[in-house]
Structures are given as structure tokens and as C-alpha cells.
Write a protein that binds this ligand. Structure first.
Ligand code: GLA
Length: 361
């Protein structure tokens, strides 16, 4: 009898889901090997700093250039491309067999002023702007053909105003909606093998999400080459909740295209969408137990849902490496320290790492 009990207990223990043992020699890329590649946004300088470089190689198997391939940095003047930074990142990815996402071919922000004006400073015509866009996209995509497997082709074309569909950027004002289609067509012509993404933020808002769905559906209906939706996922401890995230993944996934989480971070402060001055209430910037716990819960839930997406979720990328430095240290509040990532300011794994990597199978 005793023997049977012992055997049953052993059997039950063997069958119960076990947390993955998190060890120093493995990283996120290993724990998630059968789910999706895990990436990180980098500068070329980070790849040259020994400690960050080692962390990247241990934890990640995909990279995104944080700034180096944006329109302004890479194409600062009509006849001048600045390849140095982007080339270093591409070379690093090739050397270490990491995937590389390209970011981004057409974005209203960090676009160079010259793009929209002629020599006299007058706004260019639609024809000229599209010709410039074509030249830009063709040149950049061609250079990294075979290294970059996926491009964020158009970034943030949708308006944040509830009653406005597309953002009235200069691209939109000059070309109308067509610039979006054209950008995808130019990218596809330059590299037919690259996977082309539409990428946007605040995808968890039901209003914005509907617009993303509408845009992507419209492109698909017209036969425009678009292969996936990028959810930036700049989140915060108070959003999204589980249901909101579930609905987001469901609705955007309903078009049948692959989804990628492209810019993940979880601010420890409640979400604010617009930049503002620092106030007295912002002075407590400690990574308190309460903040840590909330962040841990959100990351744990989010990765549980990511794992549940099956093959439709094809990548998860963090925006920045560690809490040593994040763009959120200066946004929305200038000079307010944030702790949005899985590694602390000394690059050590935070407690939340154990939840994300050590999940029960
Ligand atoms: C957006 C862009 C990124 C980056 C972040 C802030 O999400 O897509 O390239 O600029 O804002 O760092």
C-alpha cells in the first residue's frame, strides 16, 4: 500500500508542470527557443561595451537598431547616407548569427527636414516626396538585404486623436494615404524576401487598435505586400490588464498575419502619453517593492499570453537592454529614473526575470 502511495506521488510530481530552472549559462533566447526569438534594441556603442555585449550575447538572439536606421540618422542630407552605426550593428548580427529587424523606413518623427522641402525651402510635391521615399527605401533595404529579415516599414501612421484616422504628418499632408502603400511596395521591390511590418504604439487602446486593424486590412485587401503587425508594447505597471492584452492580441491577430512585439518595456510609473515637466510628486523615483511587484505581475501575465499565442507571435523585442539606461528615463518626464526592463542598473537579472524565464511548461 505504502509503495503504491509513494509511486503515485512520484508519478504525480513527475507529471506536474515544472518551472524551468534558470541558470547563469542560459538566457531568454534559450528559455524561449521553442516559442519565439527574443530581441533587444541597441546602439552600436552598447555592442562595444564589454558588459552589455556579454549580456546581449547570453540573453538575446535578435537585435533592432534603436536609432541607427531611422530616416534622419541614416540619411541626414539628400546625397549623404551615414552608414557607420547601422553597418556595425549589421556586422555584429552577422558575426554572432543573430536575427536583425530593421527599424524604420518611413516615420514622421526623426525624419530629416530636407526630405520635405526643395532648395528654396518650399514644400515639395507629392511626386517629389514619393520619389525621395522610393530612393531612400530602395537604398537602405538593398544595403542590408540578406541580413535584415524583417522591416518596420511604416511606423506610427495612425493618429492618437479618437476622431482622426491617420496622423496629419507631412507625409500624409503631401501624399495622402498613398504614401503608406508606396512605402510597402518600394520595400518589397527592393527585397522580396524581407518580411514587412506596420508598427505602432498604444495598440492596447481599443480605439487606436480598430484603426490599426482598418489600416492593415485595407492594405491586405488591395494586395499590398504587408506581412505582419508590430505592437510596440511600451506599457506601464497599470496597463494593459490581462483582458485588455488578450483582446489586443486577439483583435490584431484576427487578420491572420504574424504579430511581433517590437519595443517592449514596462514603466514603473502609471502610463502617461505626453511629455510634461517634472513636478514635486515625481521626486520619489525608488524602485520600491510595490513598483517591483506590479511590474513583475504585468511581465508574468504578458509572457504567459505571449507563450499562448503559438506560432502567430514570431518575435518579442525589448526596447533597451537594462535599467542602466532607457528612453523612459526622459519620457514622459525629463530626468525621472525609470526601471522598465528585466536587468537592473548593474545588469543583474531582476526578480521578474525569474518569472519570465522560469515559467512552468
Ligand atoms: C517609438 C519609436 C522608437 C523609439 C521610441 C522611443 O516607439 O518607434 O524608434 O523612438 O519611440 O524611444
Amino acid at each position: 500500500m505504502k509503495k503504491i502511495v509513494v509511486i503515485s506521488l512520484l508519478w504525480l510530481t513527475a507529471c506536474a508542470p515544472k518551472p524551468t530552472a534558470v541558470t547563469e549559462d542560459k538566457g531568454l533566447k534559450d528559455y524561449y527557443r521553442s516559442y519565439f526569438p527574443v530581441g533587444v534594441a541597441v546602439s552600436s556603442a552598447a555592442l562595444e561595451r564589454a558588459d552589455e555585449r556579454a549580456l546581449i550575447l547570453r540573453e538575446f538572439n535578435s537585435l533592432t537598431p534603436e536609432n541607427a536606421m531611422k530616416m534622419g540618422p541614416i540619411h541626414p542630407a539628400p546625397d549623404r547616407y551615414y552608414w557607420t552605426e547601422a553597418d556595425k550593428i549589421a556586422a555584429f548580427a552577422r558575426e554572432h548569427h543573430l536575427k536583425l529587424r530593421g527599424h524604420t523606413l518611413c516615420w514622421h518623427n526623426q525624419a530629416p527636414d530636407w526630405f520635405f522641402i526643395d532648395e528654396k525651402g518650399k514644400t515639395v510635391s507629392k511626386e517629389v516626396l514619393l520619389a525621395r521615399l522610393k530612393e531612400h527605401i530602395t537604398t537602405v533595404v538593398n544595403r542590408y538585404k540578406g541580413t535584415i529579415y524583417a522591416w518596420d516599414v511604416v511606423n506610427e501612421a495612425i493618429s492618437d486623436k479618437p476622431d482622426e484616422y491617420l496622423r496629419p504628418s507631412l507625409f500624409y499632408q503631401i501624399c495622402g494615404e498613398e504614401y503608406i502603400e508606396k512605402a510597402f511596395e518600394y520595400a518589397h521591390a527592393a527585397d522580396p524576401k524581407a518580411l514587412l511590418f506596420y508598427n505602432d504604439y498604444n495598440e492596447i487602446s481599443p480605439v487606436k487598435r480598430k484603426k490599426i486593424h482598418r489600416l492593415v486590412k485595407g492594405l491586405l485587401d488591395k494586395g499590398i505586400p504587408i506581412h505582419g503587425i508590430g505592437l510596440q508594447a511600451h506599457w506601464a505597471v497599470n496597463e494593459p490588464d490581462n483582458t485588455q492584452l488578450q483582446q489586443t492580441l486577439q483583435e490584431l491577430g484576427s487578420l491572420g498575419l504574424p504579430l511581433q512585439i517590437t519595443e517592449l518595456d514596462v514603466s514603473v510609473y502609471p502610463k502617461e502619453h505626453n511629455a510634461r515637466d517634472r513636478k514635486q510628486e515625481d521626486n520619489d523615483t525608488r524602485f520600491s517593492t510595490e513598483r517591483e511587484q506590479k511590474q513583475r505581475d504585468l511581465y508574468t501575465q504578458a509572457f504567459r499570453q505571449f507563450r499562448g499565442m503559438g506560432k502567430q507571435l514570431t518575435s518579442v523585442t525589448f526596447w533597451n537592454i537594462s535599467d542602466r539606461h532607457s528612453w523612459l528615463d526622459d519620457f514622459p518626464v525629463k530626468n525621472r529614473k525609470d526601471y522598465p526592463l528585466l536587468f537592473d542598473t548593474t545588469l543583474k537579472r531582476k526578480a521578474v526575470y525569474g518569472e519570465v524565464a522560469g515559467f512552468r511548461k
